[in-house]
Design a protein around this ligand. Structure first.
Ligand SMILES: Cc1cc2nc3c(=O)[nH]c(=O)nc-3n(C[C@H](O)[C@H](O)[C@H](O)COP(=O)(O)OP(=O)(O)OC[C@H]3O[C@@H](n4cnc5c(N)ncnc54)[C@H](O)[C@@H]3O)c2cc1C
Length: 372
């Protein structure tokens, strides 16, 4: 019998799952809330690590395509203090491939190729244990039944309540994001500061990070410790008011670093939420989670990598044991929980140090990087 398998969420985790299972000859229905692939900006660049995201792409048969698109030079890293002193300035050697960067949109297009994605399908609720399988209720009132539903629908997963009552909590660190276009022609000084990869400046409980994407596009993140309602007196839709508010938060920082916040045309507020470090659940037949839905953690360069490897491994586990999908899912869950637990500890400790009352804590994290 052919299994009716659905994955909620067409992010890196859901698409890798669908792609790898598809490669093994099993059809998967991707249920994605977005109305179309280009309905919102795809987000910034991702570094894909050897042994995590890159391994998942191997399993997806996309290694050559990744190498053609990714930017090894994007691994370059410059570290500053709040006074603008360059403390580390690292450029990868030409054959360095540990963490090349790829734009999120490029990665999505690679994974999307040949998949059956149902756009505009927002999952509202998943009800396991019905006679015919797992019932998926959509936000528009439609419903459909599957033999396995995988929740890869991110931080605020609507599948998660079917297996776990846990919800994400705020870390105390928030981020405001802006971006610069055509940086090389419009802001050559900033282009030099950012270099081929990223620049990060660390101060007391704060940092400013800028990261080059392809095509001269740069994302800038102001990160700081603050209560969730820090912007109660600020209209975040008012670009100039937000800019002034941010510049006040970074008062006294070196002008070239602050200039990174001086030109963006919009600001997006992204508080960092996480799930508990050791989030697991009592196995529920025919429903599981992967990626951020299962183990949301601080965004320190691991989440997409883990989501992709989860997706690839769940697909391989099912393909290896198609007559006992439940057993395949259980085996996958044990493996995912162990790996995610290790990474949650690493990224939680990393966030504590990167946005710390003592900037030396953050700077010490880069001790292994060559001095300038
Ligand atoms: C600023 C920033 C930078 C980051 N940089 C990196 C990095 O360099 N490397 C790295 O590994 N990680 C990085 N991360 C983390 C990474 O973005 C996430 O961990 C990763 O995207 C998780 O993938 P996912 O597929 O689990 O979920 P998501 O990427 O969140 O995808 C979920 C998908 O589900 C869809 N969806 C949501 N709700 C529903 C619903 N109800 N029904 C149907 N569809 C739904 C969404 O539209 C989306 O397409 C970063 C995160 C941030 C915020």
């Amino acid at each position: 019998m052919r299994h009716r398998i659905a994955v909620a969420g067409g992010g890196p985790g859901g698409l890798t799952f669908a792609r790898v299972l598809h490669r093994h000859g099993y059809p998967v229905t991707v249920l994605e809330r977005d109305p179309a692939p280009d309905s919102r900006p795809p987000g910034g660049t991702l570094d894909l690590h050897e042994g995590l995201g890159q391994l998942a792409l191997d399993k997806a048969g996309l290694r050559a395509e990744f190498e053609a698109l990714s930017r090894p030079e994007g691994q370059a890293m410059r570290i500053l203090d709040a006074a603008g002193t360059v403390l580390r300035d690292w450029r990868p050697s030409p054959d360095e491939r540990a963490n090349p960067e790829i734009d999120r949109g490029q990665l999505r297009d690679l994974l999307l190729d040949s998949l059956d994605v149902r756009w505009g399908h927002e999952v509202a609720q998943v009800v396991p244990g019905t006679e015919d399988g797992v019932l998926v209720r959509f936000a528009d009132g439609r419903q459909e039944t599957f033999d396995l539903v995988v929740g890869a629908d991110g931080a605020w997963s609507r599948v998660r309540p079917a297996v776990s009552p846990v919800t994400p909590h705020y870390t105390g660190v928030t981020s405001v994001e802006t971006s610069l276009d055509d940086i090389d022609t419009r802001h050559p000084d900033l282009a030099r500061l950012v270099g081929d990869g990223s620049v990060a400046a660390y101060g007391v409980n704060r940092s400013i990070v800028a990261q080059r994407n392809s095509g001269g596009h740069v994302k800038v993140y102001a990160k700081f410790r603050a209560p969730l309602d820090w912007h109660a007196d600020l209209d975040l839709a008012d670009v100039e008011a937000t800019r002034s508010g941010l510049l006040a938060l970074f008062d006294g920082w070196a002008a070239p670093v602050l200039d990174l916040l001086g030109h963006g045309a919009a600001f997006t507020h992204r508080p960092f939420y996480v799930l508990p470090e050791s989030h697991t659940w009592a196995h529920v037949r025919k429903v599981t989670l992967l990626g951020d839905a299962a183990h949301l953690m601080p965004p320190l360069g691991a989440g997409a990598n883990l989501a992709m490897l989860d997706g690839a491994e769940l697909a391989e586990s099912i393909a290896a044991n198609p007559d006992n999908v439940d057993e395949a899912v259980r085996a996958f869950e044990e493996q995912m929980w162990a790996r995610a637990g290790r990474w949650a500890k690493i990224t939680t400790a990393g966030l504590e140090r990167l946005v710390s009352p003592d900037p030396a804590e953050a700077l010490a994290l880069f001790d292994h990087v060559q001095p300038s």
